[in-house]
Write a protein that binds this ligand. Structure first.
Ligand code: BGC
Length: 722
């Protein structure tokens, strides 16, 4: 590890101002931002707005109200539809989930039978820290969406991994709003570039599954703005996301679908969102007029509070017609801007599970695998040396793609298990044997004892975590929130048995959240986090084990030592007050070291960081801090490193995080190669949120730190903002 470098700079920036992050006038850093309609509307906004004016004149109140809801609970021709009026050229939406691939409706009995590619789950894709790859995943999922006749994708999931026990962590991009926002924008761009509307969900604070339909999340304004909304703002303002889905839960006392501060004041007025807000499905709506006034445009997936009740509310004088027109305008804008009328999605099997989508699933899985331990460079396994390798464990031959219902309900033709991936490696000198079962008979135990290497696959499955609660009489969709931080009991017991038989243990973990590794971590040679790796997971894992790929995944979540280092997870509570910090910001703030830090991941090579400089610049009218440093691959082979930049105010009178992620860059370097990396940090990333004043960059000193993870920041520069 190089000695820490500390350099001090005084940077004169434009007079720091209090500002609102609005889309229309002044961005957070004072730069002028273009009209959001121009970025929203691929086809040019002027023509579309004129067509909408004409349609609003031609539609009856009943027709307008009908456009504001979905058609039926059950999918029609394989998709969930909103009202169409073909005679007036209004196509309606055709929707499907979701975050790890196209599915959802296809898991219901009315299935159209389509099979699509299950990609590694979003938390895995976030572990790649690779925007370009995520853009390609977005485009591939959108291609498959069109291929089953869907024009609106119910993804990305933009909530955070607030706590390791939250059931839907696998569907989100990790714990950090900056990382989640960057990866989310890439996904949205990929999806929408294919002419499919992306839906950022669940707005906002949907972090508890077991009480998701009712729980009231109490979050103070500063915590909400700084920790739970930035990634949504980013997909709205930088990704031009087409749709937002409101969450089931309440936020600060109002259900999200009728939450005026959230939908009207923040999303639409402040951020300038020109798209439409739909409710989460079936149980996400409650009251007609409050929802309409708050800014809910479309009720999914069948009419309960919209439709006829909207007509009545207008007739009774409770709702202005102009409100109805605004909702309908937003719905029509999305349909026309995305050409759902003139270029509809037409089912086409040749677009599903193509060689390209399968290859992409493998590439992403390979890059998401995160090496957590590699004692004495035990990995990679040699391809030329003949060894006996035994594979065991409850996940060794399980098609473990994570949750398989609801938002995660992707059905693929083939899922390559770890056993299948390893046994396919006929190019290696070693003998590889898969020993199924519990290892209760002596012969199996002898095989494990005698092996040169034992690979053990354990972790979480859809039995442990996933989408959760629905209302009676339906049964829950999936496992909901996790019950414990450790491995499932039977997996832990299995591992303990194997550890007693052999010293050369490599653990392959699967799951969508942090897991307590402390009871057994030190007893292993190596540990790989493979997440839920999608249809090609087995091949990707084998590629990493045998060194065909050098692991480059980096944790998008912290692995705390114990859950008592975090806010208690209130999975049965109907009201939960969020504490100020979660994840690494909380651990840092409390001076608690994690078991494994946010951003962490090993490689088969080593990297050295040196010579950091920082200077202020103006880029496109925005104030930025340009960091430049040298990254050197000092190890034996080519590898990919993700350099991370964190910032924190020094001795500020304003309480704030010790540090937070404000940038990252990735480099692929040959052995011995070095490169200069530049990361531009917008000054707006240093702002804090002051109730009443908005976003404020406080004058004073800031530390900008650079390194491979939040707990290993060898380079730092201190800047003074005047
Ligand atoms: C989930 C959403 C999903 C919808 C349709 C809801 O229960 O919360 O994420 O898009 O169902 O499957």
């Amino acid at each position: 590890m190089p000695a820490p470098t500390h350099r001090s700079h005084v940077v004169r920036l434009l007079a720091p101002c209090a500002f609102a992050v609005t889309a229309l006038s002044c961005s957070s850093d004072g730069a002028t931002v273009i009209d959001p309609l121009d970025t929203y509307c691929l086809t040019g906004s002027a023509d579309v707005e004129e067509r909408i004016d004409a349609l609003l004149d031609a539609l009856t109140l009943e027709e307008k109200a009908s456009l504001m809801h979905g058609v039926a609970i059950v999918p029609i021709d394989g998709t969930w539809q909103s009202t169409s009026i073909p005679a007036k050229g209004i196509p309606g939406f055709h929707m499907l989930d979701g975050p790890k691939g196209v599915g959802g409706a296809s898991t219901l009995p009315v299935a159209n039978g389509a099979k699509t590619t299950a990609f590694p789950v979003p938390v895995a894709r976030s572990a790649t820290w690779n925007r370009e790859l995520e853009r390609r995943v977005g485009a591939a999922i959108a291609q498959e969406a069109r291929g089953v006749g869907a024009d609106t994708l119910l993804a990305p999931g933009m909530n955070l991994a607030w706590h390791p026990l939250s059931g839907r962590n696998q569907e989100y991009y990790g714990e950090d709003p900056f990382l989640a926002g960057e990866i989310g924008v890439a996904f949205v761009q990929g999806v929408q570039g294919m002419g499919v509307i992306a839906t950022a969900k669940h707005f906002a604070a949907n972090h508890i599954e077991d009480t998701r339909l009712d729980v009231n999340a109490i979050i103070d304004q500063r915590t909400l703005r700084e920790n739970f909304l930035p990634q949504f703002r980013k997909v709205v303002q930088e990704g031009a996301v087409g749709a937002i889905m409101s969450a089931y839960n309440q936020l600060n006392g109002a259900y999200c679908a009728e939450n005026k501060p959230l939908l009207r004041e923040i999303l639409k007025d402040e951020w300038g969102f020109p798209g439409f807000v739909m409710s989460d499905f079936l149980w996400g709506t409650h009251n007609t007029v409050p929802s309409a006034l708050a800014g809910l445009d479309l009720e999914m997936q069948s009419p309960r509070i919209y439709g006829e009740p909207i007509v009545r509310a207008v007739e009774d004088g409770e709702l202005e017609l102009s409100h109805v027109d605004e909702h309908v305008r937003r719905i029509l804008r999305a349909q026309l801007c995305y050409e759902l009328d003139s270029n509809p999605a037409v089912p086409d099997e040749s677009k599903l599970e193509t060689d390209e989508t399968i290859a992409l699933a493998r590439a992403v899985a390979t890059k998401s695998i995160t090496l957590l331990r590699n004692q004495g460079d035990f990995l990679p396994l040699s391809k030329s040396r003949a060894e006996s390798i035994v594979l065991v464990g409850p996940l060794a031959d399980l098609e473990n793609i994570g949750a398989t219902r609801g938002s995660s309900g992707v059905i693929s033709s083939e899922v390559v298990t770890i056993a299948e991936g390893l046994l396919a490696r006929t190019d290696v000198a070693s003998t590889i044997e898969f020993v199924p079962g519990d290892l209760i008979n002596a012969e199996d135990r002898a095989k494990v004892t005698a092996a040169d290497v034992v690979i053990v696959a354990v972790g979480l499955t859809e039995e442990d975590e996933g989408e959760g609660q629905v209302r009676a009489p339906l049964t829950a969709i999936g496992a909901g929130d996790r019950e414990t931080y450790g491995l499932p009991e039977d997996h832990a017991a299995f591992l303990t048995n194997v550890l007693a038989l052999n010293e050369n243990i490599v653990v392959i973990l699967e799951g969508g959240s942090a897991i307590d590794l402390s009871p057994w971590f030190e007893d292993t040679r190596a540990v790989l986090m493979a997440w839920y790796p999608g249809v090609q997971g087995g091949h990707a894992i084998a590629d990493v084990l045998f060194g065909d790929a050098n692991p480059s995944g980096r944790l998008p979540i912290s692995f705390p030592r114990t859950l008592s280092d975090l806010q208690p997870f209130p999975d049965q509570a109907l009201e939960v007050t969020y504490e100020r910090y979660h994840g690494y910001q909380r651990l840092d703030r409390n001076g608690v070291s994690p078991f494994l830090p946010f951003g962490f991941g090993l490689s088969y090579t080593t990297f050295d960081y040196s010579t950091l400089t920082a200077e202020s610049q103006t880029e496109g009218g925005a104030e930025i801090i340009r960091l430049t440093f040298t990254l050197n691959n000092t190890g034996p082979q080519a590898g990919v490193e993700t350099a991370q930049v964190y910032a924190g105010a020094v001795n500020s009178p304003v309480e704030g995080p010790v540090r937070k992620l404000v940038g990252f860059a990735q480099a692929s370097l040959e052995a011995g190669e070095s490169t200069t990396i530049q990361v531009d940090v917008p000054v707006r990333e240093l702002a804090y949120y002051e109730v009443g004043a908005g976003w404020v960059v406080e004058p004073g000193a800031y530390a900008l730190e650079v390194g491979p993870n939040v707990a290993d920041l060898a380079l730092s520069a201190e800047l003074t903002l005047l």
